[in-house]
Ligand binder design. Structure first.
Ligand SMILES: Cc1cc2nc3c(=O)[nH]c(=O)nc-3n(C[C@H](O)[C@H](O)[C@H](O)COP(=O)(O)OP(=O)(O)OC[C@H]3O[C@@H](n4cnc5c(N)ncnc54)[C@H](O)[C@@H]3O)c2cc1C
Length: 333
């Protein structure tokens, strides 16, 4: 690659990193309608987002800049992105960054699949007032904080994010079913991917060109899937509520994980289980550490525990400002 192109990429990385550190990325993700209405096609380069989360970048939410600034910044990003024409073929593109999409992405990214989430708004869970049936939180948890932490976890796993609604998914080549898919997004450049996971509760219109098997129940359309979330079209999956799962967050998350695992198993990834185990758990029995697993010694275990505690303590130090999103038909004033 010519030197000029390399230095442009490095500049681009620093530019994204600096935006992320301002907290705007998280603010855009918060689902506040005044911000999310700004169409913003931010491509988080995985290396940038990974380093930006541990130093507290995205989790330190700074005051949200006014909409004009956000829009201007996003347009600058769009120009830079289109200048570089950096639209790689992804292994997995997940439509919807709610509960199930985030869970699926954590599994596919940790298995080494290049994973992108395209999200067009906010999870329906943002309407919840107090999430009290999600295991691990004895007295419940603020649902928006839960979503924020899940996004951070996905970023740490190397998941890339784009904001925007997906409007259609089509085969890249009608004659070559292995060629993957092209996703059109509102106002953005098309995206290419080998596999698609639809995790976009309430919207499956973009799947119409593929004829995956949508089922109408009342005013809603669900997607018909097998036990692993596979649809009638190879390489296309559906996860969470859109796949007809019960309307509960833990079920959506669990289903997302299961569908992520199906996508991993259908790919070339060498994978056994996603487990972190104490040193010697496998090797102490003369076994190799299976693909997807990791053995860590006690020092490393303590380090990870300390990091995990810091993250959680920081995240829960203050109450969140955001209130639950109200049902659109309720007048709040
Ligand atoms: C008021 C309320 C309270 C609730 N309380 C609880 C509770 O206490 N406990 C509980 O277990 N469950 C609760 N739920 C249910 C829970 O929120 C859902 O079951 C869960 O969020 C479903 O997860 P999902 O990933 O399928 O969908 P979501 O979490 O809604 O995620 C879907 C994502 O897809 C995005 N999207 C949609 N279309 C597109 C598109 N075309 N392109 C790109 N992105 C798109 C959306 O913006 C969204 O981010 C509650 C729901 C509501 C409405």
């Amino acid at each position: 690659m010519p030197l000029a192109a390399l230095s442009r990429l490095a500049l681009l990385g620093r530019f994204f990193g600096s935006i992320c550190r301002t907290g705007w990325c998280c603010s855009l993700w918060s689902g506040n309608s005044s911000q999310s209405s700004e169409r913003c096609s931010l491509v988080w380069l995985s290396s940038v987002t990974r380093s930006s989360t541990r130093d507290g970048g995205c989790q330190n939410r700074l005051p949200v800049p006014d909409g004009t600034n956000v829009g201007r910044q996003c347009r600058e990003v769009n120009v830079l992105v289109s200048e570089t024409k950096r639209r790689p073929m992804r292994d997995v593109c997940i439509v919807g960054g709610g509960v199930s999409g985030l869970a699926a992405s954590i599994y596919t990214a940790r298995a080494g699949l290049d994973t992108l989430i395209v999200d067009g708004g906010e999870s329906i869970l943002a309407r919840n007032a107090s999430l009290e049936n999600y295991p691990g939180f004895p007295d419940g948890v603020d649902a928006r904080r839960h979503l924020e932490l899940a996004r951070e976890q996905a970023r740490n796993a190397g998941v890339a994010f784009e904001l925007g609604r997906v409007t259609s998914v089509e085969l890249r080549d009608e004659d070559d079913l292995e060629a993957g898919f092209v996703l059109e997004t509102e106002g953005g450049d098309p995206l290419s991917t080998r596999r698609v996971i639809a995790a976009s509760w309430s919207d499956s219109e973009y799947l119409v060109p593929l004829d995956v098997g949508r089922i109408q129940r009342g005013s809603k359309h669900f997607v018909s899937v097998d036990d692993g979330g596979r649809t009638a079209v190879d390489g296309v999956y559906a996860a969470g509520r859109i796949a007809g799962e019960p309307h509960q967050a833990i079920v959506a998350a669990g289903h997302g994980a299961k569908v992520g695992l199906a996508a991993i198993h259908d790919s070339d990834a060498n994978f056994y289980h996603d487990w972190v185990v104490p040193e010697g758990y496998f090797t102490g029995r003369g076994r190799d550490v299976p693909p997807g697993c990791e053995e860590i010694d006690d020092d490393e275990r303590r380090e990870r525990d300390e990091r995990a505690r810091e993250t959680i303590l920081e995240a829960f130090a203050e109450p969140l400002e955001e209130r639950p999103t109200m049902h659109p038909s309720v007048d709040r004033d």
